[in-house]
Design a protein around this ligand. Structure first.
Ligand code: ADP
Ligand code: MG
Length: 517
């Protein structure tokens, strides 16, 4: 069975309090009883002594009447039950109860005698060695306090005028006083009853206080925590509002903290679940792109080797054809009608040489000689080189360089080649003329610089975008080789960078070269 915390605390404190209070009360009352008894005994001793002194001379003078009168007078005092003097044979010589005078007291029937006399002790000396006052029960069954004072034989007794006693007798008689114990007992009873009532109320108030405090400081906060924990368990993200500044306060703060974190995690998981599809799509697209890049790089690499071999082999025969065709064209023996054909041979051979040169460039891309330098310097040098190219005559250049652009590690001649390729493509896309924006800057992440080359030309149809960097992809017929962008791509890749394309057919195209800082 699960006992509630408050019941457990109340039970335990109740038991402990009751036990300690009972113990405290018991010892307290016992010691008080002892103190009362001692005080009563001492009073009784004084009274005995006083009576003895009062009747001492009357005894010496053997004035029996005076002794009896004194005893009766004193015996009227409050609480005094009886005063009597016994002679050494146990006969009552004087008493406040006249009827018993001259009777002999049977030891065993008089409790007061048992103060000194029991079975073992019957000698006269025993009186001197024992405490003379005792609590006794009288013939009515009531508790009384009894005192026996022995009357010894003194020199004045045997030297006195009457010579009543011989010198050898030790004990002459006994003075016995009995007083009622009722006043003392009722005082003790009153005290005990008061103490019991006080202790009862003390236990009651302490228990009440403890219960209330426990309820307010422990049980209520624990209940609140419990409720919130259950609510959180059901997915209701409630926070605890009022927090006291003790350990339970710390606990509720920790609880709120935990709830916050759980909620955040849950939200993230929910968001994850909700956007999982989009993420999967995005990731698939990224993987496809990466795959395309990989295929392109592989294509470039294998092609590079092949192309380098072929181009090298073709160069010499082409030079031979070129020289001979040129000589033939200048030969006066040649028919005028054939000069034009000869010129066609020269033009086509020149075109072949150009392709061979580009192929060689394409194959050479692998080791760039990189130096730290500002990209703007390379751009300006490129512009100076191609400004007077026939394709550029109607192109307006608009530059927007970032003045704080950091220097970048690059092979200037290779980057120049890339810029030439992209800029010439741009100008060729604007046969009627247009604007060419060249912008530089640092990427949002701060890890890359970019050079954006944007034209207002014909743009690229969507289906061609993916093929742009493929070797030999060209839409320019015999005017193009389709190697410019693939060579550029290879160079930028070997610099650890990337080329991005955005294009709107009919509006223009933007190529962005990205290089790591
Ligand atoms: N700025 C541009 N505007 C429109 N089309 C472009 C642009 N740049 C490149 N292209 C397209 O990309 C193709 C491949 O370019 P490139 O590799 O340089 O080869 P080429 O210039 O010899 O055709 C071009 O034929 C052209 O169709
Ligand atoms: Mg080109």
């Amino acid at each position: 069975m699960r006992l509630k915390l408050i019941v457990q605390i109340s039970l335990i404190t109740g038991i402990v309090l009751s036990f300690t209070s009972a113990l405290f009360g018991y010892f307290n009352i016992s010691s008080l009883k002892q103190a009362f008894l001692q005080s009563a005994v001492s009073d009784l001793d004084h009274l005995g002594e006083t009576i003895f002194r009062s009747v001492f001379h009357q005894m010496l003078e053997n004035d029996r009447n005076a002794i009896q009168v004194t005893i009766v007078e004193v015996g009227q005092g409050k609480g005094i039950e009886r005063i009597r003097i016994l002679n050494r044979d146990g006969m009552v010589a004087f008493s406040t109860r006249k009827g018993e005078i001259c009777t002999t007291v049977v030891k065993q029937q008089a409790p007061a005698c048992m103060v000194c006399h029991n079975e073992e002790m019957s000698s006269e000396d025993s009186c001197a060695s024992l405490p003379r006052s005792r609590m006794l029960v009288n013939s009515d069954g009531k508790k009384v306090l009894g005192m026996i004072r022995p009357i010894y034989n003194e020199p004045t007794c045997w030297t006195g005028a009457c010579h009543a006693h011989s010198k050898d007798t030790k004990l002459l008689g006994l003075l016995e006083i009995t007083i009622s114990a009722d006043p003392m007992l009722s005082m003790i009873r009153n005290y005990r009853n008061n103490a019991v009532i006080q202790i009862f109320f003390l236990i009651l108030s302490i228990s009440l206080c403890l219960t209330l405090l426990t309820k307010r400081l422990i049980i209520q906060p624990v209940h609140t925590l419990l409720e919130h924990t259950r609510a959180v368990g059901k997915g209701n993200w409630r926070l605890i509002k009022s927090v006291p500044g003790d350990e339970l306060g710390e606990l509720s703060e920790a609880f709120n903290d935990m709830t916050g974190k759980l909620k955040k995690n849950q939200d993230e998981m929910d968001e994850w679940a909700a956007t999982l599809e989009t993420r999967v799509e995005e990731r698939t697209r990224e993987i496809k792109e990466m795959q395309a890049v990989l295929v392109r790089s592989e294509k470039l690499a294998s092609l590079g080797e092949l192309v380098a071999g072929i181009a090298h082999e073709l160069n010499n025969p082409l030079t031979g054809v070129m020289i001979h065709a040129s000589l033939l064209a200048r030969d006066p023996r040649l028919d005028d009608g054939l000069v034009e054909d000869c010129q066609t041979v020269i033009d086509e051979t020149t075109r072949c040489s150009k392709i061979v040169k580009e192929l060689l460039d394409f194959a050479r891309v692998s080791d760039p000689q990189k130096v730290m330098q500002p990209v703007s310097k390379v751009i300006d040098k490129t512009i100076a080189l191609i400004e007077h190219h026939s394709d550029f005559k109607d192109t307006e250049l608009i530059k927007e360089y970032d003045p704080d652009l950091p220097e970048t590690l690059m092979d200037a001649s290779q980057i120049e080649q890339v810029l030439i390729n992209i800029m010439i493509n741009a100008s060729q896309a604007m046969p009627e003329g247009g604007e060419l924006f060249i912008k530089t800057g640092v990427s949002e992440s701060g890890n890359h610089i970019y050079v954006r080359i944007e034209d207002t030309g014909c743009g690229i149809p969507k289906e061609n975008i993916e093929k742009l960097f493929d070797p030999f992809f060209s839409t320019k017929g015999h005017k193009g080789t389709g190697l410019g962008l693939s060579v550029s791509y290879g160079i930028i890749q070997s610099h650890g960078g990337d080329i991005e394309v955005e294009s709107t057919p009919g509006t223009g195209t933007a190529f962005t070269i990205i290089l790591p800082i």
